[in-house]
Design a binder for this molecule. Structure first.
Ligand code: IMP
Ligand code: MG
Length: 181
């Protein structure tokens, strides 16, 4: 089992499994509304997935524009939680086909906020691609259009995802299982 920063990490989705799934996702995405596509990667967690998925989109025949938005949840209570924009995109989304890319869909708050925002700004169509879907954590009536994998209810790291700013560089998705002996 890989040991990183003195912790053992149990792989959940290997680099090879993710790469193969990205090709399938890109094929799916290319079949949907994808003319003049604007991809928006939701930072920070999705940057590795987005980097791989846009190259898979190239192989699926698409030539997307790429943007980044940094979103953050605020509020610790269950009622008052919200999402705010830390850094916005630069492009005008009016009349555009948008693909929002994120690492994990959990409560659904982040991506519901982002999708509503793009429609308020006049996007023609917004679809959602996530690497992982933690369905048991859902708080909103919200689903992604393209899901890499159903994710068990573990806190996962790697492939862009962190715990306390660590492990984003791992080429696979895994679970921190303990201290290395
Ligand atoms: P939600 O759908 O608004 O609850 O947002 C889910 C976001 O929380 C994801 O985009 C991640 O940034 C973060 N997140 C949730 N679960 C995990 C995890 O297991 N590992 C790392 N980040 C996570
Ligand atoms: Mg995120």
């Amino acid at each position: 089992m890989p040991i990183v920063r003195g912790k053992t990490i149990e792989p959940l989705f290997t680099a090879e499994t993710i790469a193969a799934r990205n090709i399938e996702l890109a094929t799916e995405i290319a079949k949907g509304p994808s003319d003049d596509l604007l991809v928006i990667s939701v930072l920070k967690g999705s940057f590795v997935f987005a980097a791989d998925l846009i190259r898979a989109l190239h192989h699926a025949g698409l030539a997307p524009e790429v943007e980044f938005i940094t979103l953050s949840s605020y509020g610790a209570g269950t009622v008052s939680r919200g999402v705010k924009i830390i850094k916005d995109i630069d492009s005008d989304v009016k009349g555009r086909n948008i693909l929002l890319i994120d690492d994990i869909l959990e409560s659904g708050r982040t991506l519901k906020f982002a999708r509503d925002l793009m429609y308020e700004r006049g996007a023609a169509h917004v679809s959602i691609a996530v690497l992982l879907d933690k369905k048991v954590k859902r708080q909103e009536d919200f689903e992604a259009d393209h899901v890499g994998f159903e994710c068990p209810d573990y806190f996962v790291v790697g492939y862009g995802m962190d715990v306390a700013y660590a492990f984003r560089e791992l080429p696979f998705v895994g679970v921190v299982t303990g201290d290395a002996a």
